[in-house]
Ligand binder design. Structure first.
Ligand SMILES: *Cc1c(COP(=O)(O)O)cnc(C)c1O
Length: 437
């Protein structure tokens, strides 16, 4: 597959932007440093690059494209909103509509505030938890990613992990001094931490399924244990459902496992592909926020009417979705994603390759390793050079995966049985290719 235009554009981009990209994870550094694919347009489950090559997309703009790209109802809603004005910096009726849709789907959210990115939502959630509890310390898990703001760039996942950055330059020790780290899925460790300093801990922030060190499921007993500890010590439990929200189930993973966090952060799907995010939760905590309470928060483009329109159209289409067999959106996503994962496992077995693969709703991940993966250390047992060869072979066969062994993948409602069959065929070749070295 020729990608001359991408290569040319990449050379030019490198002179203009660091690494030629505007978000580190888009670079192909984690898969051997080739030029990333420059996308010209997308429709449904497919992407076309600047050279005219077509790809079946399993990145879905890192999560938002759950209906498929350029879904007609979303595009129409965006165009309609744009014609009425791009931004007002004043309240709109549509913000109430979106807030209702979110509160209705997530019973733990009584009130919320709309912001513009997942990073901003998590940053705001932490400030709110600290303001509410009047405590300083925050607990996060190794390999979980909550955005790129300073206090949480300790042992973070996503690009920090892919690029192998032990710590992020420019983050002072003072800023992370109140960040306490624990291994994911290790409740005993968290319990012992709380015995030592539980009354100083403002909050635990956790991805209930981690998608930023690959796909690593938070065990139900672990998440239940965190819930109980936060109750016992008066700390705030924050579920970062920026990725899992409306992706793994209606609402979020919290509904699936029946755990109510105090605060939830959402982004990606709720913005339908435009910059929009939310922090929501218990009324009592949200009312700590300005202009009601003392925790300051603001944003010129927060609740932007065009982004809100995309969010409403996306959540409404998800709610209304019925497959030809009568499945709802998440049943359909689960069916397709399970098929994909079973195909991966099956092909790996046929090629004699060790794989650990898992999925929930429309989110999946896999590691080339023999041992089960429950935390960041376990992810490091995966065979990264093998993944790189696999990735490039898939790409050359027109299958677009995240360019990192440590990112989750996404299936959309636009992926058809034919897309899955084509993917399965490519997987078989790619595994053999990767095995040959
Ligand atoms: C993507 C992501 C973020 C950051 O969101 P941005 O919109 O990229 O700032 C935070 N938390 C999780 C779990 C994410 O997947």
């Amino acid at each position: 597959m020729e990608r001359c235009r991408s290569e040319e554009l990449y050379r030019e981009a490198c002179t203009l932007m660091p690494g030629g990209v505007n978000s580190s994870v888009r670079a192909f550094k984690g898969v051997g440093g080739a030029a990333p694919v420059f996308i010209r347009n997308a429709k449904g489950a497919h992407l076309w690059d600047e050279d005219g090559n077509r790809y079946i997309d399993y990145v879905g703009t890192w999560g938002p494209a759950i209906l498929g790209h350029a879904h007609p109802e979303v595009v129409e809603a965006v165009c309609r909103a744009a014609k009425d004005g791009l931004s007002f910096g004043a309240p709109t009726r549509a913000e109430n509509v979106l807030a209702h849709l979110i509160c209705e789907a997530l019973p733990s959210i009584e009130k919320l505030r709309l912001v513009s990115s997942g990073t901003e939502a998590c940053m705001t959630a932490l400030r709110l938890a600290r303001g509410y509890t009047k405590r300083d310390k925050i607990l996060k898990f190794q390999g979980n990613y909550h955005g790129h703001f300073d206090g949480l760039l300790a042992k973070a996942g996503s690009g920090v992990l892919t690029l192998g950055l032990p710590d992020c330059a420019g983050v002072t020790p003072g800023v992370t001094a109140d960040t306490v780290l624990a291994p994911y899925n290790d409740l005993a460790y968290v319990e012992s931490l709380f015995q030592k300093m539980g009354h100083e801990i403002a909050c635990i922030i956790v991805e209930p399924i981690s998608g930023n060190m690959g796909f690593v499921r938070g065990e139900k007993a672990f998440l239940q244990g965190l819930r109980k500890l936060c109750w016992d010590y008066g700390s705030v439990l924050i579920f970062d459902e920026v990725m899992t929200g409306f992706r793994v189930a209606k609402g979020g993973y919290q509904n699936q496992i029946d755990i109510q966090p105090d605060l939830t952060t959402l982004a990606k799907i709720i913005g339908g592909g435009l910059p929009l995010a939310a922090v929501g939760g218990r009324r009592e905590i949200l009312d700590q926020m300005s202009p009601v309470g003392p925790v300051y928060q603001a944003g010129t483009l927060s609740g932007n009417p065009v982004a809100v329109a995309a969010g409403i159209a996306t959540l409404t289409a998800l709610k209304a979705y019925r497959s030809s067999e009568g499945l709802d959106a998440w049943q359909q996503l689960e069916k397709q994603t399970k098929t994909l994962v079973a195909d991966l496992q099956d092909c790996a077995e046929k090629s004699g390759i060790s794989i650990q693969a898992d999925c929930e709703g429309g989110m999946f991940g896999f590691f080339f390793t023999q041992s089960p993966v429950q935390n960041l250390d376990d992810t490091q047992t995966s065979d990264v050079p093998f993944f790189r060869r696999f990735f490039h072979s898939m790409l050359n066969q027109g299958i677009y995966l995240a360019p990192s062994a440590f990112e989750a993948g996404f299936v959309s409602l636009a992926h058809t049985t034919e897309d899955l069959a084509a993917t399965r065929a490519a997987v078989g070749h790619a595994l053999e290719h990767a095995k040959a070295g």
